[in-house]
Design a protein around this ligand. Structure first.
Ligand code: FES
Ligand code: MG
Length: 592
């Protein structure tokens, strides 16, 4: 790009390394960097110091590829005239973190804000992959507002088992059902799970990881085509190099997140998320990133901009294929090209390339029309999230792109009552309660039962657990009923194919009416009007408010206590509300 020709620019790092007023401090700041061989001349040369936020580690296997990719990022930074400085991000590993990785998003955010504010860093490469590593870092970049660029780690190679594609996460949900049905034994279940994860990289399905990396690209925060390249492919290392080069240009141009993360960008992210059949977790994460960028996303924006968008990507869980084919079909730019032709994007907006999104998308038409369909021949019409509300909650979403034909037939096709159903409910207080009782015949769970889980939101769990995609009792699965209607104040995995009503806000632990629901109540869901109501009177509902609230677990760590005290609800992104007052802190220099 243009960095070599740019006018001399004084970077914030020079306030540390070249500060005439505080030469006493400059000496101190300089000396310890020497101990790994860097020279004072380099640090005082006026070159930008480029941070590399390293999200990979042995306990973040989805992002571990970044330990290697960072070498190519460094090469790119050096070749473009910057000085790389790599540092660790608080690890976030979706599958393994108990009680839930949702606790880590705001913690990693908090840590990264402190690093970018308090150290001599002029611009930063955000290394993303596993679900929350993307929003956590973009939230921090928005808060600090120094030049920032996303480098995705990329998905794993496609998984195969006995001649069939098996996608990560999706294979677990399907395998659990087959295990419950007695179709496979435990060994085969483990074999399928491991086959679904054949290489370095994040989930190879359109789960939350692929979704959030696609969204980072849709926002304009990564180089064009970055998100879908599989982790082991040679293009991934080349993308790392180009990303390192480009961030130096951005440092010289002072191209900051605040110039990229506009409301238009977030609305386009909502559109793209629908077209790719993206994760239900995109809802809180998009809202969280937007709020840290000073942009409001209203509940109605999901319906207004997202709901009518058709499903164009044939990738699990909404479709058939996996990440390698997505990349070969053209990846996220090919999806956006399709949307751009129909005028569905606000593409005259700036991106990290220094060009507009429209310019980035030129010539990006897909070459694989089974994987990325033409807009007029989609896999499904109206693939966006449906927003619901009623007397149990003010906001919840349903990912309609994963409603199966069997589910539609059973619940949404009653003559005279299409797209609506009524069920009795069985209520669980958190996922331990669900696991202990789901197979208890005394609950009388049949195909006309809705499973409800509460105490699983940001305050209740805490962190908000991915538990709403509750599997039916084994006895029902053996009869061929693989999915019941479900509702909850938690979330669910982006790789799940369950059409749950989830992210219900306010949650039961924060005064939401789900706390008042009782097993045996009847609930009516109407997708025509976007409503979900328990069929009792307001008086009866109020009368129940004097009962003891449902139990929630206590705090096990100091952070859990801080998290609970600072977090908002899922419909507003579950951000640390007090953090929103801090904006552009990278330009408010820290004290010596
Ligand atoms: Fe980390 Fe899916 S579990 S990307
Ligand atoms: Mg997840």
């Amino acid at each position: 790009m243009t960095q070599q020709n740019s006018k001399p620019k004084r970077f914030r790092s020079q306030d540390w390394f070249d500060n005439e007023e505080r030469i006493d401090m400059t000496a101190l700041y300089l000396e310890r960097f020497m101990n790994y061989g860097i020279t004072p001349e380099e640090l005082r040369s006026g070159k930008p110091i480029i941070g590399i936020a390293q999200s990979g580690s042995d306990i973040s296997p989805c992002n571990r590829i970044h330990l290697d990719l960072a070498k190519r990022v460094r090469d790119g930074i050096r070749d473009a005239g910057g000085i790389p400085m790599e540092f660790p991000l608080h690890p976030i590993f979706e599958n393994c973190r108990r009680p839930t990785a949702a606790l880590d998003r705001n913690l990693a955010y908090l840590g990264l804000v402190e690093i970018l504010h308090g150290y001599p860093i002029d611009a930063v490469v955000l290394t993303t992959g596993c679900d929350k590593t993307t929003p956590a870092q973009l939230m921090a970049a928005a808060t600090v507002d120094i030049p920032a660029i996303v480098l995705s780690g990329g998905p794993m190679l496609d998984g195969w088992f006995e001649g069939e594609l098996v996608g990560s996460g999706a294979a677990i949900w399907k395998g659990r059902r087959r295990l419950a049905a007695g179709e496979i034994d435990e060994k085969k279940f483990i074999d399928i799970a491991t086959a679904s994860a054949p290489s370095a990289g994040h989930c190879n399905t359109m789960g939350t990881a692929s979704t959030m990396n696609a969204i980072a690209e849709a926002l304009g925060m990564s180089l064009t085509g970055c998100s879908a390249i599989p982790a082991p492919y040679r293009e991934r290392g080349q993308m790392a190099y180009e990303t390192g080069k480009r961030i130096v240009g951005m440092a010289f141009e002072d191209l900051r997140p605040s110039q990229i993360l506009s409301r238009d960008a977030f609305i386009d992210a909502i559109v793209v998320n629908a077209a790719i059949g993206g994760s239900s977790n995109a809802q809180p994460h998009i809202v969280a990133m937007a709020r840290h960028a000073g942009v409001e996303i209203k509940p109605e924006d999901w319906m207004e901009y997202g709901y009518d968008v058709p499903l164009l990507l044939n990738m699990q869980p909404a479709g058939k294929y996996l990440g390698e084919r997505y990349h070969r079909a053209g990846g996220t730019p090919a999806i956006m090209w399709e949307l751009e032709q129909k005028g569905l994007l606000r593409s005259k907006r700036l991106t990290v390339t220094g060009k507009t999104m429209a310019e980035n998308l030129v010539g990006r038409e897909s070459i694989d029309r089974e994987m990325i369909t033409p807009f007029d021949q989609p896999l499904k019409q109206k693939a966006g999230f449906m927003v619901l509300k009623g007397n149990l909650f003010d906001f919840a979403i349903m990912k309609t792109s994963v409603i199966s034909d069997a589910f539609r037939q059973r619940y949404l096709s009653t003559p005279g009552s299409e797209n609506a159903f009524e069920c009795k409910v069985v209520v669980f207080d958190g996922s331990d309660d669900y696991h202990h009782r789901i197979n208890d015949p005394a609950l009388g769970i049949d195909e006309n039962t809705m499973l409800v889980i509460r105490g699983s939101g940001p305050v209740g769990w805490p962190g908000s657990a991915e538990v709403v995609n509750m599997q039916p009792p084994d006895a029902l699965i053996k009869k061929g009923i693989n999915a019941l209607p479900t509702l909850g104040d938690g979330r669910q995995s982006g790789t799940s194919d369950s059409p749950s009503i989830l992210n219900a806000s306010p949650e039961s632990a924060a005064g939401g009416n789900l706390a008042l629901l009782r097993t045996g109540d009847r609930v009516r869901v109407d997708l025509n009007t976007g409503s979900c109501n328990v069929l009792i009177t307001d008086e009866e509902l109020e009368a129940r408010r004097k009962d003891a609230p449902p139990p929630i677990p206590g705090n096990q760590t100091p952070w859990q206590q801080i998290y609970r005290a600072t977090v908002g609800q899922l419909h507003t992104g579950a951000v640390m509300e007090m953090a929103l007052q801090y904006r552009d802190v990278g330009h408010d220099m820290p004290r010596h």
